[in-house]
Design a protein around this ligand. Structure first.
Ligand SMILES: [Zn+2]
Length: 107
């Protein structure tokens, strides 16, 4: 993981301090079909507009660079074995193997 005094460097675009966590929601919407009236040309129309039923979180939270819009994996960062995202922030965990072979000085 490359770090300057201004922050972590994006491994894809080299911009500094542009990382964000992201989460994805799956939105389910529905529209009621009107079946009381005789259909026009065989088509049952709608009663009203689209209604939102739910917006549930899908998958895990991830890390993204807001400069180049790339979703980043821990393996994109040199020497990082895992990225733990919590309500407090992001924890970049050193790669266990690399710590003993490359002797990197990060954190
Ligand atoms: Zn980037």
């Amino acid at each position: 993981m490359k770090r300057t005094e201004k922050g972590i460097v994006c491994p894809n675009c080299e911009r500094v301090d542009m990382l964000a966590t992201y989460r994805k929601r799956q939105i389910v919407e529905y529209r009621n079909i009107s079946t009381q009236k005789i259909p026009i040309g065989g088509v049952y129309g709608y009663k009203a507009n689209w209604l939102k039923e739910s917006a549930k979180l899908i998958g895990k939270e991830g890390i993204r660079c807001m400069a180049c819009q790339k979703d980043l994996e821990h393996s994109d960062f040199a020497g990082v074995g895992e990225i733990k995202i919590s309500s407090k922030g992001a924890l970049f965990v050193n790669d266990f193997f690399e710590r003993f072979t490359a002797g990197n000085k990060e954190d």
